[in-house]
Each structure stands twice: as C-alpha cells, then as structure tokens.
Design a protein around this ligand. Structure first.
Ligand code: BDP
Length: 706
C-alpha cells in the first residue's frame, strides 16, 4: 500500500457486500478491439477492477453479438458503435459525456466518444468499489471541454514547485526511456475526467522542440493516449531565436511565423492528436510579444494560427505582471495587472485561444478573492488555473484539503450586468498545476491526492460538494469503514481553515517567505519585495488599501455590485478585510467584534491547536483498528509522521507570526500567550551530531537569526 494506485486500488469488499455480486453480469463486452483505444482500456479496467473488488474474473470480449445474445453483460462502447443494439435518448450528451445504466444484471456504459465510454466505466467501478450496487440511470456530461493538468517539469528532471520527487517524464535534458509512470498517471487522470496534460514547465526550455525531444514527446503521447489524455507543451516565446537561430522572435515577422508553423507541423506529424500549447509570456522575466511592442493577443494568435489547421488550442496565461514594483508606491498593485493587461484585448483572440487565469489576482494564496478578469472577457474563452501542488499551502508537508478554497472562487457571484454570474458558469476550461513526481505517493503525501481527485471531479461538475468528494475519495483510497471516514472527514475539512489560521488571516495572504521558498513563516519579507505581495503592516495599522476612493483602485475592477461591496470595510467579509483595506490593529471585525490584532493572535493559537488535534484524532484510528482491516499500517504510519511534523511546524508558524505582529504593534495579547513559550526548545540550544547552527538570511526566518 504505497499509494501508487491512488484511489484506483479496487480493494476487496467485505463478504457481506460481495453477496450483491451474484446479480452482476458474467461477461464484459467492450466495443473496440484496438488495444490502444480507450474503450479497450475500459474493458480491461472493468475486468481488473471487478476482480479486485469482488474476487473473480469476468469474461471479456470485443464481439458485439455477445451483447445482443444475452441480457446479462456489461456493455461498454461509444454510442456510434452500439447504435444498432441500444436505443436511448442520449442526444443531450456532449463530448466526453456518458450514459451509465445499471438495470439488474444488465449494465450499459455508452460514451459520446471513446473517452466518454472510459469515463463511464470508471464511474461504474467507483460505485461498485464504494459498495453501491443500486440500479442507476445517469447521463453525465462535463461542465467544460478543457480539463487539463499542467506539470511544471524541467528537462533536467527537476520540477518547479514539485514536492513528490523528480519528474516522471524528463531527465538529463530528454524524455526518459521508461514511461510506465506516465501511463499510470494517465489512468488516474482519466478516472477523474481529465483529458489533457501539459508536460513541461511554463518557464519553458526551447530545446524541448529539438527533433529528439519531439520524438520523446510522441512516446509520452503514445503512453497516455489509451486513456484519452492528450499531450500539449509549454512554449518559450523566444524559441525561434534561441533554438532556431533567427534574428528575432517578433510575433508578426514572417520568418517567425513560418518557424512556428513548421515546428507545429513537425509536432503534429509525430502526434496527430497533439493538444496544443500553453504560453507564459512577458511574465517574471519570460520573453513575449511585448518585447517587440506587439500585443499579448498578437502573441497568442501567432500560435493559434499555427495549431488551428491541426485542431489544436492555445492556453494563454493571464499571469502577466511587473515583478519589479516599487514597495514605496502606495498606488502600485500587482493585483491590478491581469485586468490592466487583458481587459482591452477582449474579442481580439482567435477562437482557439483560451485565456488561462489563476483563481486569484495574486498567486495561489491561502485566501484571495476571485480574479476580476473573469468578468472582463465576455468575448473570449477563459479557463481557471488552480494549484494542486501546495506551493503556498505547506508543500504537501502540511495536510491542506483545498477543494473548499476552490469552491469559494468557483461559486463566487460576480454579478455581471447585475445578474447571477457564478465564476464556474463563465468558464470553458480548468487547468490544475499538479507537479506529480516519481514518489509512489505521486505528490509526496497520501492525503494530498484528495486534492487531485477533487480537482478532476470539480472540473467535470463544479456544483459537486467538497465534503462528499473527500468522502468518496476516502472510501476508494482507504476503506469503507465509518471510523476511517469520520476521522478523515474531520481532519481534512478542518485543514484549510486551520492552515489559514496559523499562516495568514483576514486576507493577508500566506505570510511565507516570499523571496523564493514560499514555505515557512516570514512576514518581514512581505513588504520589501518587488513582487507586490504586500501587507503594508506598520506599527499602527495593516492591510492593502485597494479601494477606489483611497487606494490602488483594485476593488473597482469588479462589476459594480461586487465593487461596492469591497469598497467599504463595513461590507467586506472579514476574511478579506485586509486584502481590501488598511486598518488600525484595533479595528473591530463585524463577525466576532474582536480587534484585528486579537484575531490574528487567537487565530494562530486556534489553528496551531487544531493541527495538534489532528495527531490525536489520527492516532485514535490505531485503537479502532485492532483487526487491521480499516487502514493498513504502512499508510497509517506515513500519515501520522506527516501530521506530527505539521503539528510542530504549526507551532513555529504560530509563534513567528503572532510574535512578529506583537513586536510591531506592541499591543499585548488579551490572553497573555504571545511571546511566552515556556516549553519551546530552540534548535540552536540543542546539540545533534552532524548538525551545526548557521546564520540565516534574512535573519527573521529563524529564531535568534540562526
Ligand atoms: C509562481 C511560482 C513560480 C511560477 C509562477 C507561474 O512561484 O515558480 O513560475 O508562479 O505560475 O507561483 O508562472
């Protein structure tokens, strides 16, 4: 139980549940005999899954007549392949959708396309593996056609912001020989409805486009295709110059256009179903069209024209901002950047361009309002970018179940034209930055896989409930045992609020070290950097003034009703107060009536306490597990280790942040806790063989500077 199969373990059901299996068909008919087709894979998956869960092997055939001769089969295929036999009103299915019908011992799984059939098979297996044998009649279509993951893998095998070991795709400047893990990953992705993957870092290396590496990409595509996962890549805008030897990479220059047209054709020759390109341009030092005074739309359209004849798309990132802002300029605001750069471009992108927008205006913080750019592109397709990799959320060393955070964004009503306009209703796609690695747990943590599961499930249907998703994942990943279910539900559902409590509250963002690591506490780094991740904390007051009347004007980027709500501190929700307003530490919150500073203290103590409780809650599972049937020791211990670490680091967070604002504001904690930690042992007072204290820079990242 090392985690490799994720939620696709197909663990044996109890004898009691297995009794239902007698009503199951004895034969699977998969209507495609091509071994690399998703329908063929669906047949195999059904056979393997049911064997695992029920303990016996069903027959598998690709012969259509078997389905007409018997009323006791599991039929899986596309609508087109089955037309003659099955009549059902399935015209409402959209691409990748499926119809799942369980009627006694007859199971019918029909996809609108091959992929849809595979998704339907996974849905059926998920029900059986959760012990649900009930008859059903479900039509399911995805909320959006683009459901992709992004991997920030470098060609040398490292992964930017990856916490699960080195790349499963690349090493030593090339695509690795053994792509077993790529195929296994595609299987996990298909089971949650993901249909595309961008395999390399958005900070892209042009040498990915040399002939050997394009051959390697074709091998990756071959490994993932049977699961319906199409491969795309991130581009480096300057490639025509750096790799192609041209004098320029100007998007309107004919030689540049033909260079990209030609490269694109070479890719499609190798990978006929190549998904398309992801582009990070003119951001954080990356080249782009602005270098030649062309618009971002000119840049996006350059690639869109190249892939259009092949059926490809371009995901053009809206993460464009100046990372050399002047912290002394109180009108400067990085949060304004996406709307400032993209608003006037609405309508000038070609039809196969999708603007990919991070969920919040800054960067994957523990709390952000939704990006207002979602409200500014009515004539442009948009996708939301979420991050499964926990860059600012404890990097998989902290358990943080992120789906509830995503829901605050997806369900936010932007009130376009004063009408209901939930963010998810405006989207054509979902992109999740995952960054799996060769660690058998994929993300370096068993529990973090709940985030990947929930991402795919929400991309399929954003109305799904985050707690129910967690519970389905728990049953599939660990056990149907109610104690396990309740334990994981209570810990995971408390995890994002706890993390927010012991890191950054009230919309302050995650108060990590901003300079590079984005991991431990470093509130001092928040206000002296060019990245614009500022808190504006001084000795009397705190928070970014983003009002129109007095501040950076960001609040005014929302449609009028929302803008008005955020403009006044009296109508801004407490959890975003310091995102929008600069207030005295003594400002009172509407929810609790506490002062801002007392809330910061209390939240840090409460959050850190919750993290301590996770350890005891989890440990109690051991006692309920005397028979060893609820959860295996290997994963129990692994998670206990992680939670114990998190509990310790939560105390470091608590004391660092509470102490920092205590020193700054000189306002005592009403409960007298801050600054007193009688039981704490400083690292520098310990002696441990092989370790020596060193001075750190900036000094504020460690106690006593060491
Ligand atoms: C930031 C990461 C950086 C990425 C960048 C991006 O710190 O490593 O390159 O986002 O999304 O969150 O482009």
């Amino acid at each position: 139980e090392n985690g490799l199969n994720g939620w696709l373990r197909y663990a044996p059901l109890s004898d009691e549940l297995r009794q239902h299996a007698s009503s199951l068909p004895s034969v699977i008919v998969a209507l495609n005999e091509t071994e690399t087709s998703p329908v063929y894979m669906a047949g195999k998956e059904l056979q393997a899954g049911l064997k695992g869960v029920l303990g016996h092997t069903l027959g598998l055939t690709h012969d259509f007549s078997a389905s007409t001769n018997s009323t006791s089969v599991i039929l899986v295929g596309t609508l087109a392949a089955s037309n003659a036999a099955v009549k059902h009103n399935v015209s409402s299915l959209s691409a990748d959708g499926f119809w799942l019908n369980v009627n006694g011992s007859q199971v019918t799984i029909l996809g609108q396309n091959e992929r849809g059939a595979l998704y339907g098979a996974f849905e059926y297996l998920s029900r059986i593996a959760q012990g649900d044998f009930a008859d059903v009649d479900v039509m399911s279509s995805p909320s959006a056609p683009i459901r992709w993951v992004n991997e920030w893998d470098n060609l040398d095998g490292t992964i930017e912001r990856g916490y699960g070991g080195p790349s499963i795709f690349f090493g030593n400047g090339a695509v690795v020989q053994d792509l077993t893990r790529a195929a296994q990953y595609a299987r996990l992705l298909a089971s949650i409805g993901i249909n595309g993957i961008v395999v390399n870092n958005v900070n892209a290396n042009a040498t990915l486009l040399n002939p050997d590496n394009m051959d390697g990409l074709a091998r990756i595509a071959d490994a993932m295709r049977p699961y319906g996962v199409q491969v795309g890549i991130s581009l480096n805008f300057a490639s025509p110059q750096t790799l192609g030897g041209l004098a320029t990479f100007d998007s309107l220059e004919p030689s540049v256009i033909s260079w990209w047209t030609d490269k694109t054709a070479q890719l499609y020759r190798r990978i006929p179903d190549f998904a398309g390109y992801l582009v990070k341009a003119n951001s954080e030092g990356q080249p782009g069209p602005l270098t030649y005074n062309r618009t971002l739309a000119d840049g996006a359209n350059l690639f869109a024209r190249a892939v259009l004849p092949h059926g490809g798309i371009v995901m053009f990132r809206a993460f464009v901002y100046n990372n050399h802002l002047d912290p002394a300029d109180w009108k400067a605001d990085r949060a304004n950047a996406a709307v400032d750069f993209f608003r006037h471009l609405d309508g000038s992108f070609l039809e196969n361009v999708i603007v990919q927008i991070k969920y919040g205006p800054i960067d994957f913080q523990v709390r952000e309002p939704p990006s207002p750019l979602f409200a500014h592109l009515p004539h442009t397709k948009t996708a939301i970018e979420l991050q499964i990799s926990q860059e600012y959320l404890g990097q998989q060393s902290h358990l943080v179940y992120i789906a509830p955070l995503w829901k605050t964004i997806l369900d936010f009503d932007l009130r376009l034209d004063s009408k209901p306009s939930l963010v998810h209703s405006l989207l054509s796609g979902y992109a999740g930055v995952v960054n799996v690695g060769t660690d058998p747990r994929w993300l370096g943590s068993h529990m973090a896989m709940a985030n990947l599961y929930a991402f795919g499930q929400l991309a399929w249907d954003p109305a799904r409930d985050s707690q129910l998703l967690l519970q389905a994942w728990t049953r599939l990943t660990f056990s149907l045992d109610p104690t396990v279910l309740n334990t994981i539900t209570s810990i995971a559902m408390a995890s994002w609020p706890a993390y927010e409590n012991y890191t950054g509250n009230l919309g302050l963002q995650t108060l990590t070290d901003i300079l590079y690591t984005h991991y431990g506490p470093n509130p001092a780094s928040q206000d002296n950097n060019g990245w614009g991740q500022w808190t504006r904390a001084d000795s009397t007051s705190i928070g970014m003034d983003r009002t129109v009347s007095n501040g950076t004007g960001f609040a005014g980027q929302y449609p009028p009703e929302v803008a008005a709500q955020f403009e006044a501190s009296s109508t801004t929700p407490d959890d975003l107060l310091l995102w929008f307003h600069h207030v005295p530490y003594t400002h009172k919150l509407h929810g609790t009536g506490k002062t801002v500073i007392q809330h910061i203290y209390d939240a840090h103590y409460a959050g850190a306490q919750t993290a301590q409780d996770f350890v005891s809650t989890w440990s109690a599972l051991r006692d309920s597990n005397a028979s060893g049937t609820n959860i295996d020791a290997e994963r129990f211990d692994d998670i206990l280790f992680q939670l114990t670490y998190q509990a310790g680091h939560a105390l470091v967070w608590r004391d660092a942040i509470a102490g920092f604002y205590h020193n700054l504001s000189k306002i005592p904690d009403e409960h007298g806790r801050v600054g007193h930690h009688p039981h704490r042992i400083e690292a520098e007072t310990m002696s441990l063989t092989g370790y020596v204290p060193i001075s750190v820079s900036p000094a504020s990242t460690a106690s006593n500077s060491t």
